[in-house]
Design a protein around this ligand. Sequence first.
Ligand code: FH3
Length: 277
Amino acid sequence: QPPKNPKKQWSLNDFEIGKPLGKGKFGRVYLAREVKSGFIVALKVIFKEQIEKYRLHHQLRREMEIQTSLRHPNVLRLYGWFHDEERIYLILEYAHGGELYRELRKTGRLSEKQAAIYIASLTQALAYCHEKHVIHRDIKPENLLLDHEGRLKIADFGWSVQSRSKRHTMCGTLDYLAPEMVENKAHDYAVDNWTLGILCYEFLYGVPPFEAERQTDTFRRIMKVDLSFPSTPDVSAEAKDLISQLLVKDSSKRLSLQKIMEHPWVIKNVTSHDTII
Ligand SMILES: CC(=O)NC[C@@H]1CCN(c2c(Cl)cnc3[nH]c(-c4cn(C)nc4C)nc23)C1
């Protein structure tokens, strides 16, 4: 391994740009190779005027700080970044398997074992993020990538927020926090748990639980938690139990990430070598 000089200032000359991989939110993502090492990366190119136009400096900076600091097998790495006059370049881990979304569309739906492996990986990645006070808030199949071994990688922290964790230390006790503030704190963290329920349902049935023709209907179904399980495909009672314990309106009553890992459906389907238990 050549000695890494972490303070290296990267530039475009350090990379050979390959095929476009797809579009992120504010720019394109290209396959790229670091010339000296031959290391393959995904290079996300973001146009500065796009960032200026939508006033997203702080959001992009936060995404970069967050993703650079995260080190977890199920979280896509941000190795570094550089910029020129008109663009910002993010040097990202390349996920050889592409978007989980594509696999879901191709197969229609996943086996219970595969769905459970993805849910366990996501749960562990989220537990790691939450202990670092990072809430992703935008977990959906398009933001889930697969590496060469089919291991899930959460990408695109564009909308994650660093929870105002200093509030704990600052106020010490909750006595002085208005209910909506406390609720808001719990609500933020538990939003990712709700999403795990949505994803679990979509992995097993091929469609999200509250899908509807019009957005207003989807909104109504979510607010009502209008959850029903079709008779086909035949999904195990354990899987339905887990989904029902996550898609709960009261965010404080959703199954915790720890309890998800201990749920019978996960224990039955995920052996330790599938993911780090
Ligand atoms: C989550 C996200 O940022 N999505 C938008 C970008 C599309 C390609 N991005 C990739 C990113 Cl950011 C990282 N690795 C990737 N690998 C692929 C890919 C691989 N195959 C075989 N096909 C594809 C596609 N794409 C990426 C992300």
